[in-house]
Design a binder for this molecule. Structure first.
Ligand code: FAD
Length: 380
């Protein structure tokens, strides 16, 4: 990649205006050990050991430490990724998937999170380009249990990076994958024979492993970029944050010549507890650096209480800010929902109740939002 004037991060390294010949950068990339980073980030203050392998999660913590890089943005070369006017779609179909390579798998959540969620970095070599908000299909190895001799069915995963990928060269994509573990409802014990096939394959994979991918697919969650001053309200539960991570990196981390975001991005993220928060350091950095352009509200169902003393879900946060949200929607804001299917009924009920309290018909409002292409839902 043409890295001569990049500002920030490579695979977790905190750098200020390194050029691509920097031996330090090269050695860091090769080893990914925290020790190489020590001149810039005070790792002892972060409670990290100098011989710990740096994870993406930790690297973002590093980013927020040195003032020198606090305001730096990554300048991405346009390559030809901005030149096309239509998003790439289904370049690789299930019958002819692209065989990509796993670069890294990193656990994103802390020890007290119920369940495991991993950040999976995949090298597609530039052969499966995508836009922010699209999904990849993954075909796990093995035989389809319902069709002997046939491959496994495709599973879809929202892409959590921008089109440039986390290494800013247009050759990688990141997925945010929750490991599906089956617990017997009677004994409460895990039954590995019924664990999810693809999510476990991805979370267990090792650097260098091959992965068959299809796509990219999906248009509903594409980031509308015509108006750089627009408001985007993003509501996520768990891994539903994936497409929004991509949006926010495009808005706040990368300096893209064709998209100079100066509107408002507002992220509501619902997870179980603070150890389950995903990409929190990245989002906190945007909050510190772009307080006029970014708002971030977390709903921690097992740690916070709503106003009625019950568990705090994203819809409770939405209700808290409903006046502002409704005003924004009236002015043309986009609203996005992504995550587990089960999130929608509670959210819709809250929005309907708020609309009625305001003397408005939710059904009419919803059909108007859909008609205006302001309403974007991807739940699974
Ligand atoms: P499967 O093997 O398909 O099993 C599905 C479920 O059934 C699992 O919970 C498994 O434990 C259970 N099960 C298996 N056998 C039995 C049995 N005998 N009895 C009872 N239960 C059983 N997921 C993410 O993590 N991140 C994303 O960003 C993401 N994005 C998505 C985007 C879209 C548009 C869609 C449609 C889905 C998305 N998903 C995402 C979900 C993802 O596609 C998979 O559905 C998920 O990872 C589970 O797939 P799996 O192969 O692991 O589980």
């Amino acid at each position: 990649m043409a890295a001569a004037n990049l500002g920030v991060v490579f695979q977790g390294a905190v750098t200020t205006n390194f050029n691509s010949d920097s031996s330090l950068q090269k050695s860091f990339l090769k080893t990914q050990k925290i020790g190489f980073c020590e001149p810039w980030a005070r790792f002892s203050q972060l409670g990290l050991k100098s011989n710990t392998t740096l994870s993406r999660y930790q690297s973002i913590v590093c980013m927020s430490v040195p003032q020198a890089v606090a305001k730096a943005k990554v300048t991405v070369s346009p390559l030809d990724l901005e030149d096309v006017t239509e998003p790439p779609l289904n370049l690789h179909k299930p019958k002819e998937p692209y065989t990509a390579t796993i670069v890294s798998v990193e656990r994103l959540v802390g020890p007290k999170a119920p369940g495991e969620t991993c950040h999976i970095l995949i090298d597609h070599g530039g052969n499966v380009p995508y836009w922010e908000g699209q999904s990849y299909g993954v075909i796990p190895p093995g035989e389809n249990p319902k069709k002997p001799g046939a491959p496994q069915n495709v599973r879809l995963y929202s892409i959590a990076s921008t089109r440039y990928g986390d290494s800013f060269d247009g050759k990688t994509a990141s997925l945010c994958v929750r490991r599906a573990v089956y617990y017997d409802p009677e004994t409460g014990k895990e039954d590995p024979s019924k664990n999810g096939v693809c999510s476990n394959f991805l979370c267990d994979s090792k650097p260098g492993d091959k992965v068959k991918i299809t796509g990219p697919s999906g248009k509903i969650m594409l980031l509308p970029e015509e108006d750089p001053n627009a408001t985007h309200i993003m509501i996520a539960t768990g891994t539903g944050v994936a497409p929004f991570r991509g949006y926010l990196r495009r808005m706040f981390m990368e300096s893209v010549p064709t998209y100079k975001f100066n509107g408002l991005a507002w992220l509501f993220l619902g997870v179980a507890n603070s150890d389950s928060l995903l990409y929190d350091d990245e989002f906190s950095k945007y909050l510190a650096d772009y307080p006029d352009n970014f708002r971030f509200d977390r709903a921690l169902s097992r740690e916070q209480k709503n106003k009625n003393g019950g568990k705090m879900y994203v819809q409770d946060k939405i209700e808290e800010y409903s006046d502002e949200i409704f005003k924004m929607l009236d002015k043309g804001a986009h609203i996005y929902f992504c995550g587990l299917k089960g999130m929608m009924p509670g959210i819709q009920a809250t929005l309907k109740r708020v609309a009625e309290e305001r003397g408005e018909s939710w059904d009419e409002k919803l059909s108007q939002l859909k008609k205006n292409k302001q309403w974007h839902v991807e739940v699974y």
